[in-house]
Design a protein around this ligand. Sequence first.
Ligand code: SIN
Length: 487
Amino acid sequence: MTRPVIVVGAGVAGLSAAVAMARAGQPVVVVTKAEPPGINTFHAQGGIAAALWPDTAAEHAADTLRVARGLGHPAAVAVLTESAPAAVAELMAGGVLTDESNGVDRAQEAGHSRPRVLHAKDGFTGRAVWHYLARVAKADERIRWITDQVVALCGSDSAITGVYLASRETIAGRGVVLASGGYAGLYPWSTNPDTATGDGLWLAYQVGAQLADLEFVQFHPTVLKEAGRPPLLLTEALRGAGAWLVDEDEQRILADHPWGELAPRDEVAKAVWRTARAYLTAAHLGPGIRKAFPALAEALAERGWDLARDRLPVRPAAHFAMGGIVTDLWGATGVPGLWAVGEVAASGVHGANRLASNSLLEGRVFGLRVAEAVLGAEGPSSDKCGLAFAPPDPAFWIPTSVARQTLDQALGVIRTQTTLEDAQNYPWHAMGHLSDWLTGLMLEAAVKRQESRGAHCRDDYPATDDRWRGHLVHQKGHPLKLVPIGK
Ligand code: SIN
């Protein structure tokens, strides 16, 4: 019997890969530690950027590279943008995404030079995409779906072949695709579910994979700020539709920026952070705005806000991890039998600042590509699936309050050497928690990068410095190193 491929994670990247492999006849085991709402894809609003005629992949690529602040890889971005139309075709045919042909305009979002964001009718695109892919995956008998946590990888002497679960089951197969998402959920103020804790990064690091760009965490600029209530993301598409960001005196805080409210996300997040009281307002757009964003208008109404009337208090919140496991353009990590895809990966498409609505796209495009790569790869020569390292104690996976506070205070929107160095005095690597291990690595990279670039904004080094035009790479047993772009 053909051995299965194990996909860790059930967001857009994992499910795209799983479904594609299953359709090619390959048995797949999807292991997810959570079901919605614990799956990040489920929370994505915005949509999926794709250059459909008369837009071009070249324009989409130019926008993606411009906002990536010198760290985007042109070859990876070309793959992303050129593959986008084909990658969204099934979602459009399945009625998940809409465009002018079925009555809804492509949305404009920050950093894009033209409207190109396809979205679900109600505006909660991630939810619609997830339901579609999960339905297809669950209906496919070649896919086994397990809700459990992967706590170790296993393999032979020469390759990773499977995973070991918290329930103590070993799933042996022909290889593992990590699609387990990012780590922005470690921040106390985040748009991610608290399941987004960077598990995949730790698993891959244990077997020698490289991690890059951990200092780059994107902050979404407009998250509803209400004491005692979970953050509610106010999609950038609202600004694309004409909503303004204003201060207490009703002055537009981005009035002097040539792109206004549609400036790239890193700049808007900094402007909002630096404004004592910032608000998003769509009141001047009239009641039609409720119809254009029905699910969000409803979510706001449930909290007592009227999208068409109220000035909504906002603050930035951790939203997306640009850092991740270094991969090639097919998701290969360099560790035989181990691939990574989606937010857990650093594939070169986002650089220092991700373009809006490129994350579901990345998951979809690279999910389909990794499926092709795994199917084309020679299977491992041995059936052996021994533990590659010891699974940690259950407490290891639970984020600590010291890590969460440090992320908030030292690794937030604006950073300084003193705060970062003070935070480094804590023995992060000795504490036996995933959150602490990752915070330690993030601090190391953030201290080292003495410049401001994209999502890494240093008060004491406000300029971007070409000497730092490269990736800071962590690898077990090696000192942190700067790998210049193109090397
Ligand atoms: C949003 O709707 O503003 C978020 C979209 C994204 O993160 O790309």
